[in-house]
Design a protein around this ligand. Sequence first.
Ligand SMILES: [Zn+2]
Ligand SMILES: [Zn+2]
Ligand SMILES: [Zn+2]
Length: 347
Amino acid sequence: MALNELRKDYLLDRWVVIATERGRRPTDFVRQKGQQAKAGVCPLCPGNEHMTPPAVLVYLRSGGGVKKDKDKEENRRKNWLIRVVPNLYPAFSIPKDRISRRQIVKNENLCLAMGHHEILVESPVHDEHPANAGIPQLVHVVNGYVDRLRELSAKSYVRYVSIFRNHGIEAGASLSHAHSQIIATPDVPRIVKEELIASKAYWKKNKRCIFCDVMKKERVGPRFILENAEFMAFAPYASINPMEFWIFPRRHQTSLLEMSANEVRMLAETMKMSLSKLKTLVNDPPYNYGFHIAISKEATDYYHWHLEVYPRLATWAGFEKSTGTYINTMTPETAAESLRANDNKDK
Ligand SMILES: [Zn+2]
Ligand SMILES: [Zn+2]
Ligand SMILES: [Zn+2]
């Protein structure tokens, strides 16, 4: 019988017990219909634009293309394709006046939570989640991420822009309308910071991008899931979640701002394919995803942006919470095998 393995992340000092002994399969995680968000008036549905603060960005259909605009306080745009609105209960607040870095960073243990917290409404259709959405709609979503990233990352008090998505009530989505969130912070969060430090050290030693090297290896291994001309998906070697997968641009890029129009389209396709597969395999499980990017020019050579998808199929309990070491009962090799299978069946 194969022994369980303690595996370390490619970059982070993060360890996971891969429980090969129990060797669970996707079918073991197929769930009953999940909890539903409370029914009621949806503040993100068309017609209810007045229930949110004015949009900072709306995409409107215009001829064959898209026109970009924003709301005025008394005049909310209708017939939008996507809209981005400030969160009513922001974790990070927008500075009212010009503010210097010194006014934000008080000391090494204290920093004011200044920044931005926005909701990107992905579609006028309430449940047009990525697994159900058409590619043109997902292209709008990705372009929306890029537009907000461009604007927010240019602000002097912003050091990081986190773009993420919570799917399902168990994954923290309090609204069931298809949406993502964008949070701009005055500091680089820990996991990204650790990836930056580790990839910089690797670059110094090898003059190569560690992520490019990881992709090269995973592309021909048992954790490979899919690839197209521009993107590749695989299950990471030290996955801490069952069915976890990561999506990387094949071309070396530091942030989403470097994508060509074709790459935006291919990213939309890659997300749609992999997220639909996950939905089919495990009956629409709750999940979170988050982009890891670098916005500092300094990281151009050594950092490579990517999207990490974390299905919420396990409960982290005393061991994980108290030690920071995880237990994953499904090997990433099994996850990749099922996610890449063409027939959607767990063999
Ligand atoms: Zn809705
Ligand atoms: Zn790279
Ligand atoms: Zn990462």
